[in-house]
Design a protein around this ligand. Sequence first.
Ligand code: DGT
Ligand code: CA
Ligand code: CA
Length: 571
Amino acid sequence: MKNDQIAECFEQLADLLEIHGANPFRVRAYRNAARTISATADSLSELAATGFDLTELPGIGKDLAHQIQEIVSTGEHAQLEELKTRIPAGVLDMLRIPGVGPKKVSVFFNELHLTSLPELKAAAEAGRLAELRGFGRKTEQSILQNIDAATSAASRISIAEAMAACDVIVSDLSRLPGVTQAVAAGSCRRRRETCGDLDILATSDDPSVPMNSLAKHSLVKEVLQQGDTRQRVRLHSGVEMDLRVVPAESFGAALQYFTGSREHNVVVRGRAKELGLKVNEYGVFRGDLAIAGRTEEDVYAAVGLPWIAPELRENRREFEWADAGCLPELVSLEDIQGDLHLHTTASDGMAGIEEMALAAKARNLRYIAITDHSKRVSMANGLDSDRLRAHWDHIREVRDRVSGIQILCGIECDILEDATLDLPDDVLAEADWVIAVLHYGLRQPRAQIMKRLMCAVTNPHVDIIGHPTGRLVGRREGADVNMLELLRAAADNRVMMEINAHPKRLDLDDISAAAAKDLGIPIVISTDSHSVTGFDVLQFGIGQARRAGLTKDDVANTKPLKEFLTLLKSD
Ligand code: DGT
Ligand code: CA
Ligand code: CA
C-alpha cells in the first residue's frame, strides 16, 4: 500500500469525523497525520513490515501508529468503514463543491438529512439552505452554481488515484504464472486528468487465472460481473474496474480497442472499412482472415497508420499529423532537467532548502528554483520583501555548499485582486525567476481577471504564469480566463506558461497547453513540491504535456540551465 493511500484513509476519516461532529482536536490529529504520511519518502508499509517504530515519525503517536499498522496489514481501517456505513458516500461528494467544507456538509446531513448531491441541489432550489442558521442566499446561490460540475466530477477519480490502483494490480497480475502480459488501458493509459473507471487488459490461455486472482486482490471489494473473458469489480475506494483477458495473438488489437478513446476508434474503424478491412478487439480482418492483432503497431500499420501514442488518441489532430507524417515525438519524464516551482519551510513547505535541493538532485534534476509564497498568502506564511531577501541569502548559502545541482532564487508572487503584484518591482528585479499566480478573487468577472493577468504578463520581471486558471480538478472551476488573449499576450511579452503537474491542478490543461505551443510559448512543467516526495507528481504533468502534443523542444525545463536562462525575458 502506498503512503498516499494511507494518507487518504486519514483524510477521509477526518472528513467523516468532522461531519459527525467529533472533537476538532481529533480531526486535526488525523489531518496532520495525513500530511506527514504523504510527505514521508519511505514506504510506511515497508517500514511497518520491518518493525520500524512508526511513532518516530513527527505527529504520529502510539494510537496513530497502531492504526497505520491496521491499514497496511488489513487494507482497511475498521472505524473508517464503520463511519462509512453511517454516512452515505453521497454526503462526502458534497465536499467537492467549492466553498463547502465538512462543517457545512454536517449541517446539510444532520439537520436537513440530505445524503447526495441531487438532494442538496433540490434543497437549494427550494430555498431551504438559505433558511439554515449561518447560511444565506449568497451561499445558496454559489452552491447552485457549482453543484453540476461537482456532480459530474464526483463519479470520476484523479489520474493519480487511477494510476496508483492500476500499477498495483497490473504488477500483481503480471506476476501470475500463466499470465503473459497485463497492462492498463482506457482513459488511464491515455492519461486523461480523471478516469470514470479503470480498464485492465491481460493475456492468458486461461482467463480464470487472472480473474480469480483479481477477485481476491486486497484492493478489490467485490465482483460485480463475471463472464468468460471479462470481469467487472469494485475496489474498496469505490471505483470500478474492467478486466478483459484475451489470447496473446489478440493483445495488440484488444489494447488498441480498450485504450480508446471511442472517438479515436471510430476513425480507425472507418479507415479500415475504406480498405475493405474490419477491426475489432480480436484483430484486423480481411474477410475471415486475421491480418494483424498481436501488437498495436501491426494493427495501426494494417490500416495504413503509424503507431499513435495513447495520450494523443482523442480524435483531435492525431490523424492529420499521422497523414502528414509529422506525429510529434512526445516529451518524456527522462527529458526533464529542472523543476522551477517548489516550496520550503520558509512558507508552507515541509522541508528546508538544502533538503529539497538534495531530494531534487537524487532524482537526477540539474537545477531547481525555490519559489515560496509571497505575503498575501498569509495562511501559508507568505514572505514580505525583508523575509524574502533573507530567504534568498539562505538559498545562496546552500547554493555554495551543495554541488551537482543549481539553485535559482525564485518567488511565487500573488497577483492581487486589484491587479497589482504582491511584491514591489525592485524586489522582483532581484529574483532569478518570478512565477506570478492568481490565488484569491478567482470569482472576479472576466474583465478584472484579465486585467490582473495582463498586469503580470507585462511586468518586466515576471517570467511565467503559474497554474494559470487556478482550477482544482473536479473541485473548483478556474477563473474566467480568456485563454487565447492571455496566451497571445504571453507570446508578445516573452512570458512562459506553467503546466502545474499536481494531479489536483494540471493547469494549463491539455487543450490550452496545445494552444500555447502553437503560439511558440515555452512551457514549463513544474511539480509545485511542498515536500521531498512532492517531485513524484512530475509524471502527471508529463502526461498532460503529452496529451497536448508537446515535444521535448516545446518544454523549456528540458534544456540545460544555461540555455533555459536565454529564454527568459529578464536576465
Ligand atoms: P472513462 O472510463 O470514462 O474515463 O473513459 P474510457 O475511455 O476509459 O472509457 P471506457 O472505460 O468506457 O472504455 C474503455 C475503452 O474501451 C474506450 O475508450 C473505448 C473502448 N470501448 C468500450 N466500450 C465500447 C463500446 O461499446 N464501443 C466502442 N466502440 N468502444 C468501446
Ligand atoms: Ca475507463
Ligand atoms: Ca471501462
